[in-house]
Design a protein around this ligand. Structure first.
Ligand code: MF3
Ligand code: CO
Length: 270
């Protein structure tokens, strides 16, 4: 299937889905506490998506049993909520999505609970910053791997991190996962041309050790082979006809963060 190009009217609905995802993740970040079960956070997400008039795109996706993915420490992505208790110093990654009127949003963050190891914090900061550098690298007439290169080269410049190769970002629209696949590393200047109305979920996944991972017997949880801890940040964004980006799943559209990288966000979806 070709890359789905969205109209401004469609993107305004996608923004509603994205904003609900951003608000839900904000609520989850504030709710994470030592001693809490991970499925309590899933219940908070489910209730908030319902309250906001959305439905979950994770629940039932290829049989996925929950509203969020919650991945702790050496679990990098796709962890299933359950009776696991959150402990002091844990690195908790939460991924969540929602659908409004058929349009999808998808986003994720990592958060260090309580007394966080400074090296874990640095890994999370590097992962998050690489995502923003990816958005900043997206220009009309540029190429998809300009984004991949911005993410990967920033991570590599910050230390010895493993960048997962089997997982990456993706197009998003009337389905959560669309073409194109977006690698989190590689040479710039390759892949499809970046055009207005192209919406992408950008999601770097890194570890403090090896990039090699395997899936647990629950068929979902992706863990690092060397038990190193990982981080995952994700936002869905779009390039608009004015040549500017807009981060659909960020509450402020990415305005504050992208300003620090010299990028103005579009007003076209306001
Ligand atoms: N949000 C994840 C991604 O970006 C997808 C999770 S699918 C689920 O690719 F089924 F695990 F929810
Ligand atoms: Co995604």
């Amino acid at each position: 299937m070709a890359i789905q190009i969205k109209t401004l009217e469609e993107l305004k609905i996608m923004r509603r889905a994205g904003l609900l995802v951003g608000q839900t993740l904000d609520l989850l970040r504030q709710s994470i506490k030592v001693g809490m079960r991970t499925d309590a956070l899933d219940a908070i997400a489910a209730a908030n998506i319902k309250r906001g008039g959305g439905t979950s795109n994770f629940l039932g996706y290829h049989g996925y049993p929950a509203t969020i993915c919650i991945s702790v420490n050496d679990e990098i992505v796709h962890g299933i909520p359950g009776d696991r208790i959150i402990e002091d110093g844990d690195v908790v990654s939460i991924d969540c999505g929602a659908i409004i009127e058929g349009w999808h949003g998808d986003a994720a963050f990592s958060y260090g609970v309580g007394s966080v190891d400074p090296e874990d914090q640095k890994m999370m900061d590097v992962c998050e910053e690489s995502m923003w550098r990816g958005f900043a690298a997206a220009k009309l007439g540029g190429r998809l791997t300009d984004i991949s290169h911005a993410i990967g080269s920033y991570i590599d410049s910050q230390g010895k991190y493993g960048i997962l190769a089997e997982y990456g970002g993706h197009g998003i629209g009337t389905e959560m996962h669309q073409e194109p696949h977006v690698l989190n590393f590689g040479k710039p200047g390759n892949g499809p041309e970046l055009v207005a109305g192209m919406a992408l979920a950008i999601e770097p996944m890194i570890t403090r050790g090896s990039a090699k991972t395997h899936v647990l017997s629950d068929d979902w949880t992706v863990v690092s082979n060397d038990q190193s801890r990982g981080a995952h940040f994700e936002n869905s964004f779009v390039l608009l006809p004015d040549g500017k980006p807009f981060v659909l799943t960020a509450i402020d559209g990415g305005r504050a963060k992208l300003a620090t990288l010299g990028i103005e966000v579009s007003d076209l979806l306001a």
